[in-house]
Structures are given as C-alpha cells and as structure tokens.
Design a binder for this molecule. Structure first.
Ligand code: SAH
Length: 218
C-alpha cells in the first residue's frame, strides 16, 4: 500500500482519538479502509484530511470525524444487519462492513449507486454488502428488522418506515432539521411501541430527498 496514504491515515486516526472517539472497533476499521478509493480523483491527495469532500451529483463524502461519531453512536456488532440510507461514495458502508456488519445500503442517484457498488465489490469481494438504487426513506422491508439504521442525509423528520424496521434494542442515527442545518438524533427502540430519542450535536448534511424526506430534484 502507498506509504504516503498509510502515514496520513495513521495521523487521522490519532486526531480522531484526540477529538474524543473512544470506540476501538471504529478506530480500527477506519485504520483499515482506504478512503482514497472513495474520493474522486482530484481530491485523492486530501483523502485523509478531516473534511467532507465533494463527490459526483453535488453530494459529499462525510467528514471522517462524522463517520466515526455516527458509527460510535450506532454501535454495530459483528453479524448485525445494518441499513444505511445514502450510500454516496460507499465509505461509511465500507467502515460498517469492516466492523463485521451485514450492510444494506440505499442510494437515490444511479451514478453514485453504481460507482459505490463497483468500488465496494472491488475492495470487499467477499463481504456481505448489498447496494440498492432507490428511495431509502421507505427503508428495505425485505431485510428488516435492522439492529442499526444510519441515515447520512438531513431529514425534515424521522421517517416512520425506518422506525418500523428497527429491531428492539436497535439504534437509529439520523440528522433532523432544515435543509441547511440539523441536530443529530440517536433513537433507541426500547420495545415494540416505545422509542427513546436523544438529540445530540448540531450538524450539516446534504438533504434526504424522498417520500418521507424533502421533495426536490437535487
Ligand atoms: N454515506 C455517504 C455520505 C453520502 S452524502 C458516504 O460515506 O460517502 C448523502 C447521500 O444521500 C447522497 O449521495 C444522496 O444522494 C443520498 N440520498 C439523499 N436522499 C436519499 C434517499 N431518499 N434515499 C437514498 N439516498 C439518498
């Protein structure tokens, strides 16, 4: 592997620790996944900066700190079925797969879906990662319930369908707010009927567009 990327990746993981990420499994997964494969060519040299970077279709690959933080809140265990809404570059899906989860990821832009699927197949030919093209706000009923659901785009409200597909004890991590800024929520399904909702820090994500999200054609 390219030594330059390896050093930069080690430094990034150190800085995530300094910023308060404590889950060792998350940090180890981030040490393994080659982020340079998920960013577009002009940005490869910046793959290990702790910033969001542009990908195709006016979308972004999330900032590494955000990926680490959301994954820590999600608490995926090996063998868990995890649903991700907003595949984007595929980087978050790769982290989840690296942690041993069965990953189900949905993307509404065909080009992004196609490219992420190609990169993920290339890097992880044998890991259980299923990509789907379509509107993720309605979830993926066929494979429910999920031990964890992670939404990597900002929602106007928490989609009902996703809560229905969350296993008891499962965590749903989702930014909720307006189209520019949101609050990260961690929702834990306590039993069939009740959900505990923990609003956390302020964040800023691209909009979640779909039946139970924003309308629009970005
Ligand atoms: N998890 C991604 C971050 C991608 S940005 C990564 O690691 O790179 C958010 C993504 O959500 C964008 O690609 C956007 O197209 C997608 N998105 C927005 N609304 C969606 C919806 N309803 N269903 C599926 N994907 C959606």
């Amino acid at each position: 592997m390219n030594r330059q990327y390896q050093d930069a990746r080690n430094q990034l993981i150190d800085s995530l620790r300094t910023r308060g990420i404590v889950n060792e499994q998350v940090l180890q997964a981030m040490l393994q996944v080659p982020r340079e494969h998920f960013v577009s060519k002009p940005f490869k040299q910046r793959a290990y900066e702790d910033v969001a970077l542009p990908i195709d279709k006016h979308q972004t690959i999330s900032q590494p700190f955000t990926v680490a933080r959301m994954t820590e809140l999600l608490e995926p265990k090996p063998g868990d079925s995890i649903l991700e809404i907003g595949t984007g570059s595929g980087y978050q899906a790769a982290i989840l797969a690296e942690m041993g989860a069965k990953v189900y990821t949905i993307e509404r832009h065909f080009e992004l879906y196609n490219e992420a699927r190609r990169v993920l197949k290339d890097i992880y030919p044998d890991k259980p990662i299923q990509c789907r093209f379509g509107d993720g706000t309605i979830g993926w009923a066929e494979f429910a319930p999920f031990q964890g659901i992670i939404v990597t785009a900002g929602a106007p409200e928490i989609p009902e369908s996703l809560l229905k597909q969350l296993a008891i004890g499962g965590h749903c991590i989702i930014p909720v707010g307006n189209e520019r800024s949101q609050v990260m929520h961690c929702i834990i399904r306590e039993d069939e009927q009740s959900f505990a909702d923990y609003p956390l820090e302020d964040v800023s994500f691209v909009p979640l567009i779909g039946k139970q999200g924003w309308s629009g054609d970005q």
